[in-house]
Design a protein around this ligand. Structure first.
Ligand code: ADP
Ligand code: ZN
Length: 600
């Protein structure tokens, strides 16, 4: 089948209001229309939804079924699609009996139907959809199918039956996180046939990452909030109690804030989420129970008030900022106390494998916090993605003043210690030996007789640990997977030991908070701020009239584009990003009037 690319571009502008495709979108759409299975691993905010929403407009008379695990997300997407003039519905437990029957009776009239996996796999539902003209299935959050992923959902396993019942219908799978193991598992479980693979970078270059020691946390937070006035953001803290306390304190200080944790009733939680989404209370203070399935595009900051438990959790949580691609700030405040406390809580976990795996993730993450290499590089390294730059210009370690320390001699001591211990021990033991600890185990194993014993006894243990992690990050050492990870030398280690390769670490010395990338700054400087504020007012009025969150009328970045372009007539208004036919029809008048009055 030959795909009419120009027709895809027309639909992109007509329905979604965009002029160009993002990376991979066009290829994925072409694959789906070519009846090919798809495996797409693309980061948050890269525009995955459009990849499966647009093709259905190219296949009139047919429909697509989207399997999604989260009720909130289904509702959000159906609202967005409806606001663009695309017929969509969701089927889940939130519907009344009458609504359900009504939708089920008219299934063939919808372009997109959203449904949870457990319902889809029921025989009754399969019978209902079999006679329909289904163009393709979509599986969102596809990593949930794999036991190796971080969010396994057993009900996803049942989706294996799809290819059995619908052998001719392509399946397009999407997720933001999947290691190679999980990717293969998705393919195997769903019996995907030589799928088109779109594997994008994990990098979120619009997020500014900053990690600081917590000193007086509340003051640090308030300073941060002062520089983020009138913006929407999420503040994470670990316990329900700390959420309640922080909420009270910030509320007293006049911040437009709401809160969310598992101790609140369903309706309290729903209300909090609602007022956060529609910007009545644009700041959310919450435990990590909040955020899954919340696709608010204009979250401008995410703050962690304590140490997250792993890279996975941290990256997922900060990933909720800046989905619209605009610059957004992520601040984490941590202290060594968090680490010790968390470690002691793990002691009670009965299952050894789980305990060790959690401990290992925590340790790796803690060491990342104190490290001085580029944050982005370290995060991507953790997720097995090479980052080819040394300076991202958008994290504290790259923005602040840094000195480079030559640690060649320390590195040689560490590497040779690992070698002398026959590459059979984990970090803890290696640190013990280098620090010259006199534990029973050291004596029993005769480690105190090694030539490397006590070689770094003049350094604090924490520093030795950080140097080791730095060597891992720089690929001189590797840490094995499994219950008891051990340290091993990589091929690169040899040249360090032979004294031919020097090793450096970067140390952050002066914490001046420099501004982020120039290009991003200048982008926002060209905007007429006064006009932007007025446009936001108009958006708010339209949103409350339509009973929609403001971002469903237009995203911030679309208003920014509007304020840059300053359209004077209907044709010019259509040039604004995010303006498709439906939105043009509904909103052009109000915004054009606003722009005209600003310019007069
Ligand atoms: P994901 O599901 O990958 O996290 P979304 O589908 O929510 O990302 O899209 C993120 C944002 O990008 C949305 O605001 C969406 O409207 C916007 N977007 C998607 N495709 C394009 C495009 N081709 N041009 C501009 N913006 C786009
Ligand atoms: Zn950096």
């Amino acid at each position: 089948m030959k795909i009419q690319l120009s027709s895809l571009h027309t639909k992109l502008k007509h329905s979604f209001g965009y002029d160009t495709f993002r990376p991979f979108q066009e290829e994925i759409i072409a694959a789906i229309l070519g009846k090919r299975d798809v495996l797409a691993i693309l980061p948050t905010g890269s525009g995955k939804s459009l990849c499966y929403q647009l093709p259905i407009l190219e296949t009139p008379g047919k429909m697509a079924i989207v399997i999604s695990p989260l009720i909130a997300l289904m509702q959000d997407q159906v609202q967005v699609l409806t606001s663009m003039g695309i017929s969509a519905a969701f089927i889940n437990s939130q519907l009344s009996y009458y609504e359900l029957k009504n939708i089920q009776k008219n299934l063939q009239n919808y372009a997109l139907i959203y449904v949870a996996p457990e319902r889809l796999c029921k025989e009754e539902f399969l019978d209902l959809i079999k006679p329909l003209n289904i163009a393709y299935f979509v599986i969102d959050e596809a990593h949930c199918i794999s036991q190796w992923g971080h969010a396994f959902r057993p009900e996803y396993r049942q989706l294996a039956i799809l290819k059995h019942h619908f052998p001719q219908v392509p399946i397009a799978t999407f997720t933001a996180t999947a290691t190679p193991l999980v990717q293969q598992d998705i393919i195997d479980q769903l019996h995907l046939q030589t799928p088109y693979k779109a594997i994008g970078s994990f990098d979120r270059s619009n997020l500014t990452i900053r990690i600081d020691q917590r000193d007086n946390g509340k003051d640090q937070l308030k300073r941060f909030l002062e520089s983020h006035r009138n913006q929407s953001g999420i503040i994470y803290t670990t316990t329900r109690k700390s959420v309640d306390k922080l909420y009270e304190e910030l509320k007293k200080n006049g911040y437009p804030i709401t809160k969310y944790h598992a101790g609140l009733t369903d309706s309290e939680r729903q209300k909090a989420q609602g007022t956060f989404l529609n910007d009545t209370t644009p700041i959310m203070v919450a435990t990590v129970a909040f955020g899954m399935g919340v696709h608010k595009p204009d979250v401008r900051f995410v703050v962690h008030m304590d140490l997250p438990k792993s890279f996975e959790g941290y990256y997922q949580e900060i990933g909720r900022a800046g989905r619209d691609g605009l610059p957004s700030d992520c601040l984490m405040l941590y202290s060594t106390r968090d680490y010790i406390l968390q470690k002691s809580m793990y002691a009670d976990i009965p299952d050894d494998i789980t305990k060790h795996s959690m401990l290992r993730r925590l340790e790796q993450f803690f060491s990342f916090c104190a490290a001085s290499e580029c944050r982005r590089k370290q995060i991507l390294h953790y997720f097995s993605e090479p980052y080819l730059h040394d300076n991202c210009q958008n994290c504290d370690n790259c923005l602040d003043d840094i000195i480079t320390e030559d640690i060649t001699i320390i590195a040689q001591k560490i590497l040779s210690c690992v070698y002398r211990m026959q590459q059979r021990f984990g970090i803890q033991r290696v640190v013990d030996v280098l620090a010259g600890s006199q534990t029973q185990e050291i004596i029993q194993n005769r480690f105190d007789k090694l030539s490397t014993y006590g070689l770094l006894s003049d350094l604090p243990r924490l520093d030795i640990r950080h140097y080791i992690f730095s060597l891992i990050n720089q690929n001189f050492l590797a840490m094995t997977e499994g219950q008891y990870p051990i340290l091993q030398l990589t091929v690169n280690a040899r040249s360090v030991l032979k004294k031919t390769t020097p090793v450096f670490v970067r140390k952050r010395v002066i914490k001046v908070h420099k501004e982020r990338k120039k290009s991003e700054k200048s982008h926002s400087n060209t905007v007429n701020r006064n006009m932007l504020a007025k446009l936001k007012e108009v958006r708010k009025q339209l949103a409350s009239k339509a009973g929609l969150p403001p971002y469903m009328i237009f995203h911030d970045k679309h208003l920014v584009h509007m304020a840059e372009l300053q359209p004077k007539n209907e044709a010019e208004f259509y040039q604004v990003q995010g303006v498709g036919e439906q939105k043009h029809k509904l909103y052009s008048k109000a915004f054009l009037e606003c722009i005209a009055s600003c310019l007069s």
